[in-house]
Design a protein around this ligand. Structure first.
Ligand code: UDP
Length: 434
């Protein structure tokens, strides 16, 4: 057996296209993760292809991100947006399209890193066809956790839970993005399977590149205004209602300088429009229209300005396996008030980089927000500590280095019977991380 010198790896993200605009419909943290991990791994010398499902005839089938990293969109099912709970039936076609792509390009991937349970199924099917293939899996969200808080579970729940357990036990390695996620995997999914904790990351160059005064000048916001920011998708699980009700109760509301900025979401008519309308109705009921701005999707270029301009970012999710928004805000020097759940307990150090509050508890959220707004000196100190924590633990480069070591170890184990196994290294002619 000949060991490859420059291994090709594939990141598979069937429903989360790494090349699309983030923040609308279902595009969120997973898309960002796959794109940045892919680019950073390419920067370390790997040849990285990111596979996703094509959702429009207008889309390019291949998008080049860096010389060694590209997104490949495979035809599997209708070329339109399909909610993730209805994609399972198209996965066999996705597997065939993947195999055909390998065949026509003359490439064989040594390792697939699958993302979300749908892609885990694809990875497991590929392993049946190519027993040498290594599979690493990141869940991004666990059905076993998600369904605990849902009154009516979707029809796909039964299949999802089985696939999640099978993958946990069959993959070469599972990547949990926080110790909290690993605990949930152990207690709710399976006691078998190998798990490594490797967090998500963020761009420490882009976030934190601008200070609060400059950001406010650029956005046309005066320095007296108190800004509480939400960034993310419109999804009930995100808990935007809790934040709106908390702002409604904030004592700073009386001062007339408090503003709530809700960033993210697409226009009415899209799949996230129902939740957006529900939130807008609550804002109207609480007589908060004047003080609330729905800014819509915020572009990559503008995001660092919004985080830097804010006094506090709030992440009020019912559950969050990691929560990229929290570390983006922290990297920007803005403390975070977040739900005391999941990965947010890992990224946020209470009273040091922000505050945690019980999920869905508007009174506790209001109290936490008020504490920080009351004390601008403490706020600034927490912002600095938050930035330092991200620099130390959550850069994409650091994350990619940990993943790269894991991939090399797994490939080495796979090819252990080969004398050339030492050669399994990504190309050391490093391409730059975009
Ligand atoms: N995001 C964005 N523009 C928006 C709203 C969100 O770029 O208008 C990005 C945000 O910066 C973050 C991601 O979407 O990188 C959301 O990730 P997170 O892990 O917080 O939540 P998820 O979407 O995975 O539930």
């Amino acid at each position: 057996m000949v060991t490859p010198h420059h291994p090709h790896i594939a990141l598979i993200s069937v429903h989360g296209d790494p090349a699309v605009d983030i923040g609308k419909e279902e595009a969120g943290g997973q898309n960002v993760y796959v794109r940045h991990v892919g680019e950073a791994l390419a920067g370390l010398g790997w040849q990285v292809d990111l596979f996703t499902r094509r959702t429009s005839d207008d889309q390019a089938s291949i998008v080049l991100h860096t010389p060694r990293c590209r997104t490949i969109r495979l035809a599997a099912g209708p070329a339109r947006f399909i909610p993730r709970d209805r994609i399972f039936d198209y996965l066999p076609t996705f597997v065939e399209a993947f195999l055909l792509f390998q065949h026509t390009q003359g490439v064989t991937y040594d390792l697939v890193h699958t993302n979300y349970w749908l892609s885990s199924w694809v990875g497991m099917e590929l392993k049946k066809r190519q027993p040498q293939l290594c599979q690493v899996h990141t869940y991004h969200s666990l059905g076993a956790v998600k369904y605990q808080t849902m009154e009516i579970v979707p029809a796909i729940a039964e299949i999802r839970l089985v696939v999640e357990k099978t993958c946990m036990e069959a993959a070469d390695r599972i990547v949990a993005t926080s110790p909290q996620e690993r605990e949930h995997m152990r207690s709710l999914v399976s006691s078998n399977g190998k798990i490594d904790v490797i967090p998500c990351g963020t761009d420490t160059g882009r976030f934190g590149s601008v200070d609060q005064i400059t950001a406010r000048q650029k956005l046309g916001i005066d320095l007296e205004t108190q800004i509480v920011l939400y960034i993310g998708r419109f999804d009930r699980r995100k808990g935007i209602e809790t934040l709106v009700r908390a702002i409604g109760k904030s004592k700073h509301r009386q001062g007339g300088k408090l503003r709530l900025v809700i960033g993210g979401g697409s226009r009415p008519g899209h799949s996230d429009g129902i939740e957006r309308q529900r939130i807008e109705d609550i804002v109207a009921d609480l007589d908060m229209k004047q003080m609330t701005l729905f800014s819509g999707r915020i572009s990559d270029e503008e995001l660092p300005l919004h985080y830097a301009a804010a006094d506090i970012t709030v992440v009020p999710s019912h559950y969050e396996p990691f929560g990229l928004v929290a570390i983006e805000s922290m990297a920007s020097g803005t403390p975070v008030v977040a739900s005391d759940v999941g990965g947010l307990q890992f990224t946020i150090q209470p009273h040091v980089t922000g505050l945690l509050a019980p999920p869905q508890n508007a009174i506790e959220f209001a109290w936490a927000i008020d504490q920080i707004l009351d004390d601008p000196v403490w706020r600034a100190k927490m912002g600095q500590a938050a930035r330092q924590r991200v620099e130390a633990y959550f850069s994409w480069r650091g994350v990619a280095e940990q993943l790269s070591s894991l991939y090399k170890l797994l490939l080495k184990l796979k090819f252990a019977d080969d004398d050339n196994s030492e050669d399994i290294q990504p190309d050391d002619r490093k391409a730059s991380v975009a």
